[in-house]
Design a protein around this ligand. Structure first.
Ligand code: CA
Ligand code: CA
Ligand code: CA
Ligand code: CA
Ligand code: CA
Ligand code: CA
Length: 680
């Protein structure tokens, strides 16, 4: 099928299919060509036993929903405790119809109708609420219905969502583990957008673009399996791709079903529909099959083919022992028997056999964010916080751009200074520290500079940052750095190499300015990055990315052996990245960026370093700030920094800056919010 050709002749593919099938039927009627008649069998999937998926028979039960309505979307929804069909139509709007499931015939009964002209349909429900999304067939504008569980979806007000900049070709919903509702809107050419529609935290409708989508041309149907958070996209002539449905994280795809010769699917897919946890139906013009996804959504296998008798399948839905099929050519709903027991068994198998999904943790939101980096890709890396000694609300955040230099931001997230230092990776800071007991107290920041493998030193004069020295390290590939200032009477810098070597320097002041003396060396077996020292106790915490968190003695004359206090596993998912220490009225904690599952783990910062809990940072609809993911560096202070951060500030590097899609940045989180959320 030539996509471009279709587009120029029809506003939607489904309409086009009806036209095409009608014309094929007409040609068949005139010519009586072989292969046109109903005995030609089409199979969607080449099963091992060569059983055809589609066998034409004259007795497919069809609904008494009247023809001539231009039906174009089908879903199963709950109405007064009962599962019923919802059907979108260009002529009759949205129809709710009950199904008498005892009968062999598809005995349907219209419950209510909402006038309008609609096409495309998807639905979601929780124990509290249900939603239906469709699109105005005339304007293409997406429309959502939301109702509490005990009220009628049809009597619920239809809310027109913001118009898309394209004719919506496919619509599908995603309900996350927190009951936030999202929609994917596809333009059929490979573009589209992800919208956040329902904010579960506020229990209210929002309508915010999370990100722009980039899909293959000819992506004309989508569905989300909420269980595995997998967005499934059917690409015509090719197959079904899986993308992550979660807003945060890398936009990566996996081919889960492909047409011949790449896979076993025999006909170009028309649509994909999520029908049960880990299960989706893939349908072609005349055939369908039910697939089971693995729990990462990266692979799928056929559970059961479905024998259908329909001329043009536009949509499907699963109800009890039937696959309901919207036959666009016949303009009615037909039903196909579905091996329901097989699917139930397969769902049970999936739930038993699949590896555990990423843990669900309490979620907080960011209060502010910095501007996007002026470089695309992985640019922002590590922050540090400078606390204003008199006016805490005037405190500053330093953030590295590892492709450019150092940025300084205020607590509102505005950029106040930019220093083109070079490719600096990590940064750390100490305030009011003397480099020797007889020297004046000063504020000093350091950074690991990958441009020349140096330790870059900055001074801060009333918060104004100045680069003052670049100290050669002799390392080949500098990576992480941190500072240690025992009693504020001396200052030590730790800098590591990706190969695991650490060098500890004492910063000194001489007539030429700030310099450093190497005082100790040690190493870890594999790549380290973040480190953080406790000035009060002399403890040095180091992250070995694939292994966990190590504890060393920060003092230059101490032993060079450490001990692993938190290993990579269920809680810490590699890489172990940013580390931070906080000690205030809310507790004495070590915070660790668990980059592999976009979470932050909290440990007691003193022996026995028990695990306290984990959290994530999610979407904030009030300030339109996205959550955080794939975090490298973090920084934390327990100081009260004004009304938004009464018990301290946590700054988090965000690998994927969304709402809208932009280069990376840093997010500000109130530590009080984290503790509150963990206490719930
Ligand atoms: Ca990164
Ligand atoms: Ca830092
Ligand atoms: Ca990493
Ligand atoms: Ca790293
Ligand atoms: Ca983000
Ligand atoms: Ca953002």
């Amino acid at each position: 099928m030539n996509h471009q050709h279709n587009k120029t002749h029809s506003t939607t593919t489904t309409k086009n299919l009806v036209r095409r099938s009608t014309s094929i039927a007409l040609i068949c009627a005139i010519t009586g060509l072989l292969g046109c008649n109903s005995t030609s069998q089409k199979t969607l999937y080449d099963t091992t036993d060569n059983q055809p998926l589609y066998a034409q028979s004259a007795s497919a039960p069809s609904s008494n929903i009247k023809a001539g309505n231009k039906l174009s979307g089908l879903a199963v929804v709950t109405h007064k405790g009962r599962q019923v069909m919802a059907i979108a139509s260009e002529k009759t709007g949205i129809t709710l119809a009950a199904i008498n499931s005892d009968s062999q015939a598809l005995n349907t009964q219209v419950i209510s109708q909402l006038k309008g002209s609609y096409e495309l349909l998807d639905s979601r429900q929780t124990s509290q609420r249900q939603w239906l999304i469709t699109a105005d067939a005339q304007t293409g504008q997406p429309v959502i219905f939301s109702a509490t569980q005990d009220s009628d979806l049809i009597s619920a007000t239809a809310t027109a969502l913001r118009e898309t900049r394209f004719q919506t070709d496919a619509l599908c919903l995603y309900l996350d583990k927190q009951n936030n509702l999202f929609a994917f809107m596809l333009d059929g050419y490979g573009g589209g957008e992800m919208r956040w529609l329902w904010d579960a935290r506020k229990d209210s409708l929002v309508d915010i673009t999370v990100k722009q989508l980039s899909l293959p041309p000819g992506s004309e149907s989508c569905a989300v399996d909420d269980a595995s958070a997998a967005l499934l996209v059917a690409e015509e002539e090719f197959g079904v791709w899986q993308y992550p449905a979660e807003p945060e994280g890398a936009w990566q795809r996996h081919l889960v079903a492909a047409v011949k010769p790449w896979g076993k699917v025999q006909a170009s897919p028309i649509g994909v529909k999520a029908i049960a946890p880990y299960h989706f139906a893939l349908f072609s013009e005349q055939g369908a099959a039910v697939y089971r996804l693995n729990n990462k959504g990266t692979h799928a296998e056929v559970v059961t083919p479905v024998k259908l008798n329909a001329q043009e399948i536009a949509d499907v839905a699963w109800l009890n022992d039937k696959l309901l099929v919207l036959d666009e050519a016949a303009d009615t709903i037909v039903s196909a028997p579905l091996a329901a027991k097989k699917i139930e068994k397969s769902i049970a198998t999936a739930k038993q056999q699949l590896a555990p999904l990423p843990a669900v943790y309490p979620t907080v939101t960011a209060k502010a964010q910095t501007p996007a980096m002026q470089r695309r890709g992985d640019a922002a890396d590590d922050p540090a916080i400078w606390v204003h000694p008199i006016h805490p609300e005037k405190s500053l955040v330093l953030g590295t751009n590892k492709k450019w230099g150092l940025f300084v931001y205020d607590l509102q997230g505005n950029e106040t200074q930019a220093i083109a230092t070079g490719h600096i990776n990590n940064v750390d800071i100490r305030q009011g520290v003397r480099l020797a007991p007889n020297k004046k107290a000063q504020d000093i920041a350091i950074a690991s500079n990958r441009s020349d493998n140096t330790l870059t030193v900055y001074t801060l004069n009333n918060g104004h940052v100045k680069q003052v020295a670049n100290i050669a390290t002799g390392l080949n590939d500098v990576y992480g750095v941190c500072l240690y200032a025992p009693n504020k009477q001396a200052l030590y810098a730790f800098i590591n190499d990706k190969d695991g070597r650490f060098k500890q320097y004492q910063l000194i002041e001489n007539t030429a300015g700030i310099d450093a003396n190497l005082v100790r060396e040690f190493h870890l077996d594999s790549q380290p990055e973040a480190c953080v020292a406790n000035d009060a106790t002399g403890e040095l915490f180091i992250g070995e990315e694939d292994a966990g968190v190590w504890l060393f003695d920060a003092n230059p004359t101490a032993s060079i052996s450490g001990r692993l206090i938190a290993a990579v596993g269920d809680v810490l998912v590699a890489d172990v990245e940013g580390l931070g220490l906080i000690n205030n009225a809310l507790g004495n904690y070590l915070v660790v960026s668990s980059q592999g599952d976009n979470s932050y783990a909290i440990y007691q910062a003193e022996a026995p370093y028990n695990y306290v809990g984990s959290f994530r940072v999610g979407l904030n609809s009030d300030n339109q700030i996205d959550g955080t993911s794939e975090t490298d560096g973090i920084a934390i202070t327990g100081a009260a920094l004004g009304e938004h951060y009464p018990q301290g500030l946590l700054v988090i590097q965000d690998g994927f800056n969304l709402m809208p899609s932009q280069p990376q940045n840093f997010k500000y989180v109130s530590w009080q919010d984290v503790i509150n959320e963990l206490a719930k």
